[in-house]
Structures are given as C-alpha cells and as structure tokens.
Design a protein. Structure first.
Length: 477
C-alpha cells in the first residue's frame, strides 16, 4: 500500500511511501535456561523477524506455563523434555521449543565453619553443610535454607523455626487429636518442637510431603521434663547451639524411631501429645514419625553417597565435597571400588558393625553429623582429654588402627591420626582430618565422623532397600 502525506499549508508539498504488509507465517520460540531442575523456572519468548511477538497463547507438555511464558518444571523421576508451544491466536501460527527437566541427584557439601550469627561465623569445625529448600506442601511458598547439617547418623529433617521465614508448615496431630511433638536428643542436648508436614528439596530431589520437626517455635508448648531429663545438655534451639540452621538426617532407617516408638514399642519418651495443659508421652505410628527424606524421593531413594577429597594433616580453612542420592540408580552412583559392611538391625547397637581395637571388639558406626572421630575413652586409649574441649589432646600425633567387620563377613583395616584437639581447633582451619575425641555420650566403641570421610567415598544404604551392593542397611567405603 502507498501512504501519502500532503501539507495543509502548501498542498503542492506531497510525500509518499510504500509499505508492504506480509502475513506472519512463522515464529521462533526461545526458552532460557534450556535445562532446569524440578520446581525451577525457564522464561520463554516468541519472536518473528527479530521482534518479540507479545500476543501468543502458551502451552507445555508437562509442568505449568504462565500467560507471560514463564515455565515452571514439575517433579520428575528422570530427565524429561518439556515441549513448549507458542501459538498466535489470529492465524494459529505456532512454534515449539524444548526445556529439559533434569533430576540432579548431587548437591555440594561445604565445610566452612558453619552459619553466621550477627554476621560472624559460629566457627564450627568439620560441619558438612548443604542448602535445602523447604515449602508448605502443595504451594509455592518456600524458603531456601543454607547451612543445613548433613547427617548419616540420624534420620529426618529438623529445622529451626527461625530459619523458616514466612513458610508456615501444617502441624500434625497425635492419635488423641492433640498437637504432636518430638524430643530429639543428641550428645550436645535436646531439640524440641512440633511435627509438621513439609516439602523438602535438596538439589533436584524432592520429598513432596513428609513429617519433619520444627525446632522451638515461640507459640508452641515448652519441653516437658520427660524430654529435658533425657540429657544433661541444654536446648538446641538456636544456631549457636544446634551448630546449623537445620539437620538433614539421611541415615540407615526410614523413620527416626520405627517400631520402638509405635504402639506396643518400648520407647515412649520421644513423641509427645501436647494439649493446652502440657505435653505427655505418646506412641506414634511410623507413618507419622519424622521421616528420612531420601525414602520419599521419586527414584534415588535407596541411600546416599558422600565424597570428600583428602585434607592435609594440619587442616585446611575449608573443604568441599558432594552428597549424591541413590545407589545404583543413575550412572553417577554405581557401587564401585568399595567394600560393603552390613550392620545390625536390632540389639543394643542397631546400625553398627564390629570395630576391633587392640584385640577387643567394639560397636562401630559412621556419621557425617559427627565433627570428629569419637571413640573409647582416655582410660582405654591413654590419650588425655583436652582441657578446653571435648577432644583428645595427645602431646604428639598418634596413629590408631582399627579393623572393621560387617555382619556380612567383610572386614578391612582403617588407620587414622589423632592430633591435639586444642591446637587443631585454634588453628583457624575448619576442615580437620586429625580431630578425634572420647566417645562419651556418643558411643561405647567407634563413631567415625567427618575426618573419616576426607579422602573417601562413603555409601549409606537404607534398611530394606535394594542396591547393587546388596540390601540395606549397610555402610560401604
């Protein structure tokens, strides 16, 4: 078409231009980024001849896409392509693009001194931390929580109420209809708080709705004597006392207490019913107990693998490792180059193998939540305790040799160094491979903590789960 402009003041002044209008027969769709994790987003746009086409209808083969082209990935069990379609409503011209939704089963672990309080690190040595996303189930109300301690020696997710921000988790009721609470005891003290449901996500792995413990919300009943009397330690209700914003227990069991806390079990001081008048002990079905999040992952749900590089004997300021979920479920978690040590499932030390030291057998176990190799006592080892900490303080480095034996008949010798704990802790380094201490309150035998993980790949298989290394529970390294 020809457009003509004529001057009002001088009609002899005329200008023309020819405009060619062609039908819009093709568009191109671009999504950024092209590979995301479950619950992450990718922004999509449609363009023709270099210009954005604003009026399009969006659709996706999986997940949800908004009117503005923002695609939100769903939970998937394996790497899955999402087909994104943009259609011009006037003439039904459309175009496709693809976004890959991956299940990244590996998260970074950081040993860095721990979270900060008022901008200052708490200075906790050998704490292995990851980042966890917590959401109200069935919503997009979520909180990203850093410095969550990863612990193969416990089961379940526990989080400080103060770390949840605006996320409100629905509380659970005991069988009598009253709010349900848990008393979780560690060697350092007790964590008290209600049991609630939460979506828990670590990297691309999602446990959609599992029972968790919220530690010390201000509007909940105080811990009863039946809880506080279980330990001489105090309340683990702050970052400084818990040494973390939360604890992610990915140990050997599906629930933190199992049949022992269920009706008919022998432990009645872990879970509590909390009416307005106070809290009393109560038996709890396993389905309501604080749950190992790994068991609720869609596919990589039979265990985990933690790997750290070696650390110098004098220590390092920091260390970076990984936790990989699943055993033999993906190409990056095969069982290779390790010995499987099956552990006990009952008795006085469930979850243990046999650790033989100087000809005497003791119970042995592995916990990434322990910040030192804790074992025996000064009376047995001859190593003096540090005057200012709970570690061993020999005048010179000592070499310890232990033979571990699994209930499946496997055995192998482990050698580690015991350094002067006070000197190591005061060095300013947080990754300390020679840190060790008496087993008081933790074990009557050997509890191999984070120093054991340095330079190793350690597998933790969940009880009853099938893996290429055999059925859990077991440790392998």
């Amino acid at each position: 078409m020809t457009v003509t402009a004529t001057s009002h003041q001088d009609t002899t002044k005329v200008g023309t231009v020819t405009v060619t209008v062609t039908p819009l027969t093709s568009i191109a769709v671009t999504c950024v980024p092209t590979a995301i994790q479950p619950r992450q987003t990718s922004q999509c746009s449609a363009a023709a001849n270099g210009s954005v086409v604003a009026s399009v209808n969006w659709s996706s083969s999986i997940g949800v896409i908004s009117a503005s082209g923002l695609f939100t990935a769903p939970q998937v069990t394996a790497s899955t392509p999402a087909t994104i379609t943009a259609t011009i409503p006037a003439n039904n011209v459309s175009a496709l693009s693809a976004v890959i939704v991956n299940v990244n089963n590996t998260a970074t672990l950081a040993v860095d001194g721990g979270p900060t309080v008022n901008g200052v690190s708490i200075g906790y040595p050998n704490g292995a931390y990851a980042t966890v996303i917590v959401c109200t189930p069935g919503t997009t109300t979520c909180q990203t929580i850093d410095h969550v301690l990863i612990d193969t020696g416990s089961v379940g997710f526990r989080v400080l109420s103060s770390a949840l921000g605006s996320v409100a988790l629905p509380g659970q009721n005991a069988s009598d209809g009253n709010p349900l609470a848990e008393c979780y005891v560690t060697p350092a003290g007790y964590a008290w708080g209600p049991v609630a449901l939460a979506l828990v996500q670590v990297t691309g792995e999602i446990a959609s709705s599992i029972p968790v413990q919220v530690i010390m919300p201000s509007n909940f009943s105080a811990a009863p004597a039946a809880c506080t009397s279980r330990t001489p330690g105090g309340a683990l209700s702050t970052i400084s006392t818990l040494k973390a914003n939360g604890i992610l227990g990915i140990g050997l069991w599906a629930t933190d207490c199992g049949s022992a806390c269920a009706p008919g079990g022998g432990r009645q001081n872990v879970y509590f019913s909390c009416p307005a008048a106070g809290c009393g002990t109560i038996a709890v079905a396993t389905s309501q107990q604080v749950t190992n999040p790994v068991t609720a992952f869609p596919n990589d749900n039979n265990g985990s693998i933690i790997a750290f590089p070696p650390v110098f004997s004098s220590g390092s300021p920091t260390a970076t490792g990984t936790v990989t979920f699943g055993i033999g479920t993906q190409s990056n978690n095969a069982v290779t180059g390790v010995t499987v040590y099956a552990v006990t499932t009952s008795g006085s030390n469930p979850g243990s193998f046999v650790s033989t030291f100087n000809g005497t057998p003791y119970p042995g176990s592995i916990s990434s939540g322990a910040n030192a190799n804790y074992f025996l006592s000064s009376a047995i080892t001859g190593y003096p305790s540090c005057p200012s900490s709970g570690f061993y303080c020999p005048s010179a480095d000592q070499t310890v040799s232990v033979t571990n034996g699994g209930t499946n008949g496997t055995s192998g010798t482990v050698t580690f160094i015991v350094g002067n704990g006070d000197s190591l802790v005061s060095s300013g380094n947080f990754a300390l491979s020679n840190l060790a201490g008496p087993g008081d309150g933790r074990t009557s035998g050997f509890l191999f903590g984070i120093p054991f993980f340095y330079g190793r790949v350690v597998y933790t298989a969940i009880n009853g789960a099938n893996t290429p290394g055999g059925a859990g529970p077991y440790f392998a390294y």
